[in-house]
Write a protein that binds this ligand. Structure first.
Ligand SMILES: *Cc1c(COP(=O)(O)O)cnc(C)c1O
Length: 428
């Protein structure tokens, strides 16, 4: 091991990282700059980013179009409060999001981050029923293996066992959990897969404000891809039992699964939808919670007369301008062809791992490739092996996976899958 650089030593003295320890800090790599799909490390090495900085940087780093959007907006204003003031970037973004998302999502709440957009969605659902004079609809229904963020309401709907938040079980609101969807993506609903969901709705609909679910792809809770029939049936059941449907598209939105939004696989419109991550092309933090006119008007007609939420940085002009540029770039760029090509290349590149002794499953959907190992991998062992091979991935537990930027070249995808195959061979 070489000595850590001064920056890394100071970092470890002062800074928390995601899910990190201050006693036994995980290995850390300093990035000096980034360009396209490449992260340039301070020690002179370069790695291909197979993570898109956690689903975000769909256009790659340091993109001239996004850079221009930021600098042009910066020269006008980086921020103004959104209470009583508005501006063109936010209005354009609202109009765009309504036009692009499934028909029936008509009103947009701009907020700070994915977790906050989930908090906002949950608050909308709760306030909607209160405003209708319906008492007692104060719980949420969800499925196991979900991940919806790290704030308290979001934590309460993460998987109660592997959702990283079981420590807080005593302070989290007790929500209702149906089993994770079992029917794989692309298959017709297997008999019984929605039965427990239906039983929970039948038995508890009087207490349930909303069902919250990640459409088609369960992300950080297991990287599982499930049948569009399940999502379609969940939509029907919510309507039947008078429960709102919240689709958490924070990871799946903006083309990642091969549709612009994963709800399109099932042809459904949720009552509320959360967007984040790729919204600004990975340039800065911003999220959005969209809802139907019914929900928005219901809340506004209620006793409070307004929706009870308003973050300081709501509608941030710099982030909104960047989001507009990122969405325009995506739509002008034949994203669907790129994602389809990446899916095909991930399938080919990961094919040698089917039936491998160390591998339980290999699955790909859109620009997402997942290798589920037989045994959990040690991050401290596996991450340096990947970096040595010129690839940046962040495995967790048994999952070694990639969701590369859509601008990744065929050679870059091949380098990512080759590194995964080599490392699986070494650790198995
Ligand atoms: C990442 C993620 C969140 C949380 O978003 P943050 O921006 O990290 O707060 C919520 N839901 C899903 C599905 C996510 O992937």
């Amino acid at each position: 091991m070489t000595m850590p650089s001064a920056t890394i030593s100071k970092d470890q003295q002062y800074l928390w990282h995601p899910y990190s320890s201050m006693i036994d800090p995980p290995p850390l790599f300093e990035v000096s700059h980034a360009e396209g799909c490449r992260l340039h490390l301070a020690d002179g090495r370069t790695v291909i980013d197979g993570m898109s900085s956690w689903w975000c940087t769909v256009h790659g780093y340091n993109h001239p179009v996004l850079n221009t959007a930021v600098t042009e907006q910066l020269g006008k204003m980086s921020h103004v409060m959104f209470g009583g003031l508005t501006h063109a970037p936010a209005v354009a973004l609202g109009e765009k999001l309504v036009a692009l998302t499934p028909a029936g999502l008509d009103k947009v709440f701009l907020c700070d981050s994915g977790s906050i957009s989930v908090e906002v969605a949950i608050k909308m659902a709760l306030q909607f029923w209160l405003s209708q004079g319906v008492r007692g609809k104060s719980r949420l229904l969800t499925v196991r293996n979900g991940y919806h963020g790290d704030t308290f309401a979001a934590m309460s709907v993460c998987d109660p066992v592997n959702g990283m938040h079981h420590l807080f079980a005593d302070v989290l609101q007790k929500q209702l959990f149906a089993p994770a969807p079992a029917t794989p993506f692309g298959e017709p609903l297997s008999a019984g897969d929605c039965d427990e969901l239906e039983q929970l709705l039948a038995g508890h609909h009087g207490e349930i404000a909303a069902l919250i679910i990640e459409p088609i792809v369960q992300g950080a809770g297991g990287m599982r891809f499930y049948s569009a029939d399940y999502l379609r049936r969940a939509r029907e059941l919510c309507s039947e039992y008078n429960v709102l449907l919240i689709a958490d598209e924070i990871a799946t939105g903006f083309g990642r699964t091969g549709k612009l939004f994963a709800c399109e696989w099932a042809g459904i419109t949720p009552d509320i939808m959360c967007l984040g991550k790729a919204l600004t092309g990975g340039y800065m933090t911003m999220a959005a919670t969209l809802c139907s006119e019914r929900v928005a008007l219901g809340i506004s007609a209620g006793e409070a007369g307004c929706f009870m939420h308003g973050p300081t940085f709501m509608g941030n002009p710099l982030a909104a301008a960047t989001a507009n540029a990122s969405i325009d770039l995506l739509l002008s760029d034949d994203w669907a062809a790129k994602v389809a090509r990446i899916e095909a290349e991930l399938r080919v590149g990961l094919a040698p791992l089917h039936g491998h002794r160390g591998v339980a499953d290999v699955r790909c959907l859109g620009a997402i490739g997942v290798v589920e190992l037989q045994q959990p991998a040690l991050l401290t062992e596996i991450q340096p092996l990947l970096v040595e091979r010129g690839v940046w991935l962040r495995p967790f537990g048994k999952l070694l996976y990639t969701m590369p930027p859509f601008v990744a070249s065929s050679a870059e995808i091949a380098a990512i899958t080759a590194a995964i195959c080599e490392v699986v061979e070494i650790i198995s």
